[in-house]
Write a protein that binds this ligand. Structure first.
Ligand code: GLN
Length: 380
């Protein structure tokens, strides 16, 4: 039977490839982004209590009202704007699913979507699945946002601009000036903004998180995507949420109801309670900043050259002093021969820069894991 692939050029996501290789080789896994430490016992106790209390059937389609209320409260506390929990907040099965749904809801065949490379690997295939045309531009020097490049890519066919702060895989952040430039270039257009802010709490060195929600001109045209997994160390729960003005959110829900319908109930109950305890996320920036610093200090003795890490739990590093191999080959060799799995950067590009030699390390790990990895990496 002949199958015409809708994604002929797409293979298996690099996160699956490298985590599998790490398991096969018994390597320390600094590739796929997930913590290797336990979650707060209070949070698991809340899930247990919710299950025992009988909250085991479908949740309402957009999410539990108490959780949507808690999300609106938290956003108001942090960003000073209140989304209507009834009409402007939807609980999703993780950030990736929320991104898929947002794109599916508003991108029509032939629409252009601007994607800034290196970009998280689900963006471009999702646009293509819905018949959209990804238009790839690049981050500029030192992986900083290049507003001129983005502006030059806007055409009358542009339906959406996708941004990501803190940035995966680059580890850089957008700042106030960047957000103002973005607001300026979108002014007077019908371009929808998709702002992927799943690492909102992982911003370091006292910098504020420049959320699209802080900018009325941006939030009025934006889907903003968040993740519980990154904040509460629960990536395996696959839970996140999207917020958007009512008109956009009602389109989002038309897709969500037939794609996910609703997200698991006991975890929603647990998170609704847990989110109202502000301490649950206040310690996250300093917790991860200490891990970033432990990793970067240890790596000083290595031959890797670390790029600035302003946010996320990813550190990128240049290995051109060690090898001229392409990044896929080098990352696989480091996993097999030196016992540390990482993520090469080329899968995050439509056309990877041929001269670039970068790997991404996830530092969301116990100190002992980081120390063991550093020791191995310093031998290369
Ligand atoms: N967001 C995680 C990362 O960047 C991976 C998530 C996934 O494997 N889909 O490593």
């Amino acid at each position: 039977m002949a199958i015409i692939s809708k994604l002929a050029h797409v293979g298996t996501t690099i996160f699956t490839v490298m985590s599998k290789l790490a398991a096969e080789c018994g390597a320390i896994n600094l590739s796929q982004g997930f913590p290797d430490f336990p979650i707060d016992g209070r949070l698991s106790a809340l899930v247990d209590a919710a299950m025992k209390a009988g909250h085991n059937q479908y949740a309402p389609m957009p999410g539990l009202p108490s959780l949507r209320e808690a999300i609106s409260d938290k956003i108001q506390r942090l960003y000073g704007f209140r989304y209507d929990p009834d009409t402007e907040v939807t609980v999703a099965s993780g950030g990736t699913q929320a991104i898929f749904t947002a794109i599916g809801a508003v991108v029509h065949p032939g629409d252009e979507v601007i994607i800034v490379d290196p970009a998280y690997d689900c963006y471009s295939p999702t646009v293509e699945l819905f018949g959209g045309k990804p238009v790839h531009v690049r981050l500029g020097i030192d992986m900083k946002f290049d507003a001129d490049a983005v502006k030059a890519a806007i055409t009358p066919k542009t339906r959406m601009l996708m941004i990501n702060t803190p940035h995966n895989p680059a580890g850089t952040i957008l700042r106030d000036a960047d957000m103002k430039r973005i607001a300026g270039m979108l002014r007077g257009t019908d371009i929808i903004l998709l702002s992927d802010e799943v690492y909102e709490h992982l911003v370091f060195d006292g910098e504020p998180h420049a959320s699209a929600i802080n900018y009325p001109e941006l939030r009025d045209r934006a889907f903003v995507i968040f993740s519980f997994g990154k904040v509460f160390h629960t990536t395996g729960w696959k839970m996140g949420y999207a917020v958007a003005p009512k008109t956009l959110m009602s389109e989002f829900r038309k897709v969500h109801q037939f794609n996910v319908f609703s997200v698991n109930t006991p975890m929603q109950h647990a998170l609704a309670t847990y989110m109202n305890e502000p301490l649950s996320y206040e310690a996250v920036p300093s917790f991860y900043q200490a891990k970033r610093d432990r990793f970067s200090t240890g790596m000083v003795k290595s031959r890797f050259k670390l790029l600035p890490c302003e946010g996320s739990y990813f550190q990128t590093a240049d290995y051109s002093e060690i090898s001229l191999e392409d990044d896929m080959t080098f990352a696989q060799r480091v996993t097999r021969e030196f016992g540390v799995a990482t993520i090469p950067l080329s899968p995050f590009y439509k056309e990877p820069p041929s001269e670039q030699r970068l790997l991404r390390f996830c530092f969301a790990k116990q100190d002992a894991t980081l120390d063991a990895a550093i020791e191995k990496l310093c031998r290369i």
